[in-house]
Design a protein around this ligand. Structure first.
Ligand SMILES: Nc1ncnc2c1ncn2[C@@H]1O[C@H](COP(=O)(O)OP(=O)(O)O)[C@@H](O)[C@H]1O
Ligand SMILES: [Mg+2]
Length: 252
């Protein structure tokens, strides 16, 4: 398999505490990988090393066969459970900011024609996540579901190849969560994304994912709880990903 993302014997340790050990993963482009596991298993740490926010203590991570750039590149976008948008910026400016970060990483400001173009792109992306009528609202004026739509727009505007979601719908009411499931499935197909989603909700993991990875400790030493880390204890392929050609047609 020609993997988009490869992890080879990746370990994550904080001081003498081993959080993740011997993680191996080959992820094909277009996959929707759901990650489940008990609280503290290292799911968020796993996303941070893929994002490049943290370096693994051992092992190799390859993106398209090349070592992962140490900083978060535009090829990876992330949405957290909450608080990933800026409260002092409108929906439009929050989304433009996503582009500014990608295109002007040092100053993070765009001016003139570049800014107008960014603004048009941001408005279109907000339309795609269902916030076309809310461009000028601030996060405090939006519901939890709307704020997560905004966080998704902010991540997607960089056109990442991999979208990382850390319990993105965990704080939402069940009805709203169902709407978000529809949205994320649609965006995954339309933008031919590879998605890695951490969730507490097993049903959500199986409904959305093409593959489910369960992280947990295989070994446990009651006298030294930090001695062993979690690893992939189950790796279940569920269904084929949509054909890339079909995904491309959907955006045409
Ligand atoms: N920066 C850090 N320094 C020290 N310990 C950390 C750090 N980040 C996470 N941990 C610890 O690593 C373990 C896994 O955390 P985390 O990845 O957040 O788990 P999960 O997302 O599965 O709940 C926890 O015990 C947590 O306390
Ligand atoms: Mg977590």
């Amino acid at each position: 398999m020609n993997a988009l993302l490869s992890l080879r014997d990746v370990w994550v340790e904080y001081g003498d505490k081993i959080v993740l050990e011997k993680m191996n993963l080959e992820l094909a482009a277009g996959s929707f990988l759901s990650i489940v596991g008990p609280s503290g298993a290292g799911k968020s740490s796993f996303l941070r090393v893929i994002l490049g926010q943290e370096q693994p203590t051992r092992g190799t991570i390859l993106l398209d066969g090349a070592p992962l750039a140490p900083e978060c590149g535009p090829d990876r976008g992330v949405v957290f459970q909450r608080y990933s948008v800026f409260p002092h910026l409108s929906a439009l400016d929050n989304t433009v900011f996503g582009l500014e970060c990608a295109q002007a990483p040092v100053l993070a400001r765009l001016f003139g024609a570049a800014r107008r173009k960014a603004s048009d792109e941001a408005a279109a992306m907000l339309g795609a996540v269902g916030l076309g009528d809310s461009l000028h609202l601030y996060p405090a004026q939006m519901s939890g579901g709307m704020q997560q739509r905004l966080a998704i727009a902010q991540a997607l505007i960089k056109r990442p190849r991999i979208l990382l979601l850390d319990e993105p719908f965990g704080a939402l009411d069940p009805g709203i969560r169902a709407d978000m499931h529809g949205l994320i499935t649609q965006l995954w197909r339309d933008y031919a994304l590879t998605v890695i989603m951490v969730t507490h909700d097993i049903k959500e993991a199986f409904t959305l994912g093409t593959r489910v990875l369960a992280l947990d400790k295989r070994r446990h030493d009651p006298h030294a709880p930090h001695r062993y880390g979690a690893t992939a204890v189950y790796d279940l392929p569920l269904r084929a990903r949509p054909e890339p050609a079909a995904a491309a047609l959907a955006t045409a």
